[in-house]
Design a protein around this ligand. Structure first.
Ligand code: URA
Length: 442
């Protein structure tokens, strides 16, 4: 179907001039680029043309499908009856997969999820899981499917050959100022979810200072674009628009987030984080046919409350070689040498709590990476003890810094000194969610 007589330069020119590309043109460009037959400079020009001119709904679906078919497509049908997946666009303190995956699995809906590593101020699920000694994120395809079939739960790294076109295009976008483009972001995220074999997908699109999308309007547009892609390729879709102006839950930092996830599975976690997990899990259960919104919510609450979700997490850790004694006693997880409290500088109400600054403070402490090859310190991070709207005084501890290096702790402290803004008068709390979009294939 690929016409070898096409020329990349003509496809670039067509998009530059605002034309709509055909499926053949998009597939040609993506596959030839992935195979090394179109050089980076032409792909960069094409990406910039898309960035400026945009793409229509069909073009976006074709781009997604071309990226899916550039590599391996995982068929989970011999492992699970119905594959339900989730994706979060990333944020500070977003450890939701650690709770939602075992929770949904414990409700009787198998979850076989591939996650990523963190880059920049957002942490990655794989890095968090590796805080648990021995936890193996690199599984063979056979092992991944066997765990899905036998245990109904598996949480591991993405296959290297999943949507390789996206990997190559993303690397170019990163250095050509073409990341922040809805058609490119939507197709990038959806290509990986579709290639990973999902039948239904719950997307969590974050909005705010710590997220890709700064406004609810932009987040809604991205969410709608991804819902449309899913529907057009036959998937059931839900997209939540959720807040990332302040961190989710209290903990930001790898082992600290694992501990908070375990606390939540033990019914002892922060209320906002627990609620976020219950909402997302209920949608996944509903898409998997487990009942109405109120029925799936009740099922998720019961399964969290009775300890089955924690037991599922423990089973997952054991099956992937992790040390379950750290699940049973999270004080055995990596712990930083120093802890320092940061007090409120004044009395008042918390008016703003900059999630990005908290994420960057975790980086200052060594808990994330600026480049893919950087090592991470699992023990370090920031616990945020307040939320927007809270009344505070000079006695109030706003943050606790967990660090291994006094110099880095000083840098994080400095960073956080301007992360909180205050008001004399009361401030309403931030919502957890702003909107929910849905789509079903017709
Ligand atoms: N996450 C992705 O996977 N791709 C993007 O383009 C942006 C965020």
């Amino acid at each position: 179907m690929e016409n070898i007589h096409m020329h990349a330069v003509d496809i670039i020119a067509k998009k530059r001039d605002g034309g709509s590309l055909t499926a053949e043109e998009i597939t040609f460009f993506v596959h030839q680029f992935t195979q090394g037959n179109i050089p980076d400079y032409q792909a960069a020009a094409w990406l910039m043309a898309i960035y400026i001119r945009g793409m229509n709904r069909q073009e976006i679906v074709w781009l997604t499908q071309a990226m899916v078919s550039s590599g391996e497509i995982i068929d989970l049908s011999d492992a699970v009856e119905f594959a339900v997946d989730k994706h979060s666009s990333g944020g500070v303190g977003d450890k939701t997969s650690l709770v939602i995956v075992p929770l949904v699995a414990a409700c009787g809906v198998p979850v076989a999820k591939m996650s990523g590593r963190g880059l920049g101020h957002t942490g990655g699920t794989l890095d968090k899981l590796e805080s648990i000694s021995g936890y193996c994120v690199e599984l063979s395809r056979e092992e991944f499917k066997r765990l899905a079939r036998e245990n109904g739960v598996v949480l591991a790294g993405q296959s290297a050959n999943l949507a390789p076109a996206d990997k190559a295009l993303y690397a170019l976008r990163d250095v050509t100022a073409t990341v922040a483009c809805i058609p490119l972001i939507a197709s990038s995220i959806m290509s990986k979810k579709i290639a990973a074999g999902a039948d239904a997908i719950v997307l969590d699109v974050k909005v705010g200072k710590g997220a890709f999308m700064a406004t609810v309007e932009d987040a809604r547009a991205l969410a709608q674009t991804m819902v449309n892609i899913g529907v057009d390729v036959g998937k059931q879709m839900v997209a939540l628009i959720s807040d990332m102006n302040q961190p989710l839950g209290n903990a930001a930092g790898l082992a600290l987030e694992v501990k908070e996830a375990i606390d939540t599975l033990r019914n002892d976690g922060p209320a906002d984080f627990r609620e976020h997990c219950l909402v997302a899990a209920s949608h996944m259960l509903r898409l998997a046919g487990k009942g109405s919104p109120s029925e799936t919510r009740a099922l998720a609450e019961r399964t969290l409350a009775d300890g089955s979700a924690l037991a599922k997490f423990r089973q997952m850790v054991a099956a992937q070689g992790g040390d379950v004694s750290q699940v049973d006693d999270p004080t055995k997880l990596p712990t930083a040498a120093f802890q320092e409290a940061v007090h409120a500088p004044r009395r008042g109400y918390v008016a703003g709590l900059d999630a990005l600054a908290v994420g960057n403070a975790v980086l200052d402490l060594g808990g994330g990476r600026l480049k893919k090859s950087d090592a991470v310190d699992h023990a370090v991070g920031v616990i945020t003890h307040c939320r927007v709207g809270d009344a505070v005084s000079e006695e109030t501890v706003l943050f606790t810094l967990h660090g291994n290096d006094p110099g880095k702790i000083a840098a994080a402290r400095q960073r956080l000194s301007s992360a909180v803004t205050f008001s004399e008068t009361s401030v309403p709390p931030l919502p957890l969610f702003y909107d929910t979009l849905e789509g079903k294939p017709v």
